[in-house]
Design a protein around this ligand. Structure first.
Ligand code: FE2
Length: 244
């Protein structure tokens, strides 16, 4: 089995209000991802972000990063694969990572709170394309979910978030309770935090496609190290200087 490492929760925009993508800054994120030994990044940009559509079109249609465009929709830049995705805020405030093909993502309603978990799952099922839903930082204040059993019926994995590693055991216990796998996501908005917590999974025995393997893999896991909290803290300071 070939194991892959993917940061399954990455933003390429510093904030939701950023008007346009900064391709140089995105290049920096990719450079650090490569040094960190990551095989792939899931571009889980906020779907309601002002520049969501132009960012995704820029990467996956117009190839602004000058990568290799694969037939499965993956764009590979200097050995790091970019997988199309989105982060959605549901009606109840819960955040989920949506991992599916580019056309499906672009077809979704892009307003915050447009979906419940059930209606999102229905909308994705109707597209009849493979998809994966990941519960993002589910114990983060304001982003929690009152019905964790319902959550477990619709999502495929529970994220252990880099920004809440002090509670990592809690996320792992929930995943175990719901009989789901964990994923690791950095929730990076800049190059500093990328990979601070990330996901490991095995490539499919029947497909050489990294996006298919990632979406279909049920036995993902998370990984981080003792430097991860420091990266998160540094990134928070850095990001403040960019938003101010
Ligand atoms: Fe996020």
């Amino acid at each position: 089995m070939v194991q892959k490492r993917v940061d399954s929760h990455v933003h390429f925009l510093v904030s939701k209000s950023q008007a346009m993508s900064d391709w140089d800054a995105i290049g920096n994120i990719l450079a650090i991802a490569k040094i960190a030994g990551l095989d792939a990044l899931c571009v889980t940009e906020h779907i309601e972000a002002k520049a969501y559509e132009s960012l995704m079109l820029g990467i996956f249609r117009d190839n602004n990063l000058n990568g290799t465009m694969h037939s499965d929709g993956v764009v590979e830049v200097d050995g790091v694969s970019l997988l199309p995705a989105a982060e959605l805020e549901l009606q109840n405030g819960t955040n989920v990572g949506v991992h599916t093909n580019f056309d499906t993502l672009i077809s979704l309603t892009r307003e915050s709170g447009a979906y419940t978990l059930e209606s999102l799952h229905r909308a994705l099922s109707q597209r009849e394309r493979p998809f994966k839903l990941v519960a993002h930082h589910i114990f983060w204040p304001g982003k929690t979910c009152d019905d964790l059993q319902e959550l477990g019926r619709y999502v495929n994995a529970i994220e252990v978030p880099a920004k809440d590693l002090a509670n990592a055991e809690k996320y792992m216990a929930l995943a175990k309770d719901l009989e789901l796998a964990t994923t690791g996501g950095s929730d990076a908005h800049t190059f500093i935090q990328v990979g601070a917590c990330h996901t490991t999974f095995d490539m499919s025995a029947t497909s050489s496609c990294i996006s298919t393997s990632w979406i279909e893999c049920k036995k993902t896991s998370h990984i981080y190290n003792e430097f991860s909290p420091r990266l998160v803290a540094m990134a928070k300071i850095h990001r403040k200087t960019l938003i101010a």
